[in-house]
Design a protein around this ligand. Sequence first.
Ligand code: EPU
Length: 435
Amino acid sequence: MDKFVIRGGNPLLGTVRVSGAKNAALPAMAAALLTDEPVILENIPQVRDIVTERNLLAAMGAEVELGYGRAHHRTTINCGTVNNPEASYDLVKTMRASTLVLGPLVAKFGRARVSMPGGCGIGARPIDLHIKGLESLGAAITQDHGYVEARTDRLRGGHIVFDKITVTGTEDLLMAATLAEGETVMENCAREPEVADLGELLIKMGAHIQGHGTSTIKIKGVTKLHGAKHRIIPDRIEAGTFIIAAAVTGGDLNVTNCDPNHIASLLSKLEEVGVKIVRNHDSVRVIGNGDYKAADIVTEEHPGFPTDMQAQYMTLATQSEGTSIVTENIFENRFMHAQELVRMGANIKIEGRRAIVRGKTPLSAAAVLASDLRASASLVIAALVAEGETIIDRVYHIDRGYERIEEKLRGVGAEIKRLGEVFPKKVAMPAAQTT
Ligand code: EPU
């Protein structure tokens, strides 16, 4: 199993470029199921979850060309050949976002069989709201042997009010409603930039949508969607991770190809802590000084502070003077990184959904275990300031969502190397598919 070996102490200096957003690319790839024509997606990140989604679509009969090149990370997906509208447990268990195919499959093929995802390292992660929403659109749903099966002659428009804000739930039903008969109104929708980006792609494919990116979305169903070309938005969580890494290491880093508006709550929190931030049109310069004061955060749905940045912020809190209270409101078990940070010298106490972080404590290298994607990122940041050589085990978690993170960090001065098989080279696409 791959490990990272990181020697701390170097400030991050220079320029790092952000890749496309994994969490926008995954629903966009699922959206290709809604049409028989090719959908071309650019700025697809070269991460493991994308390979999983490629395998998922290919197992249904889709033709998926995944090409990575200097200018564009492009995939062309042709779902005109899909003949098996099913997502098996083997694939869904490795990536919960696989459930995003449920809505498009039932809308387009009138039938979908998708494995229930079950819980994961960060929480229970049910899909009851996806199911309830599809039922409101007229799908008949049965559940047996760990699978959800949805059937319909044709979905019909409906009124959906989400009991709770859900990102992939909003995306799943948005996709389903594009091919439903009549109008659908969805309220209490997720307002994440990734939802808005999916709406843009669907409009390019011929869907009639208003309000994507706001809490009320209106969709007028059409009988058919067509192919389209779309560029995926930059990954705001990758950008935020580099920004915190630069702050913690006292660096001076230009984080390019990102949208500062997508990380507004994070940037203003960092300014409160004492990090100097310069916002440009599509980049952020972060000037760290190591002189930070504690500030509390509460994770919320967008535009609040993102749960996907909570772990990384916790590492910064260990390096800030005073007590920071980190409240996790989205997932019930997202503090797995705290104990690993404690092993590196942090002073953190967990009380239910709150972590009380007392800083500033020097961090020292240790052997630590990555437990999920964002937890891994927080440990990488901690290792970058820790004294000595930290070994982070199970970095396959980080490969799910960060493109070549060790190369990018090395490029701005970090001492980091990977032990074990090199991802993504080992799973690189055949030369013929490379653009
Ligand atoms: N929830 C339900 N029922 C549902 C769906 C969700 O109770 O049917 C609950 C969840 O248990 C959770 C809350 O609603 O407590 C929010 O979950 P949400 O559905 O919004 O999460 P998700 O769509 O499964 C996406 C991202 C996550 C990110 C969350 C929150 C993708 C592929 N995943 O997950 O990203 O943390 O939204 O912003 O978009 C990551 O990238 O590391 C990651 C975990």
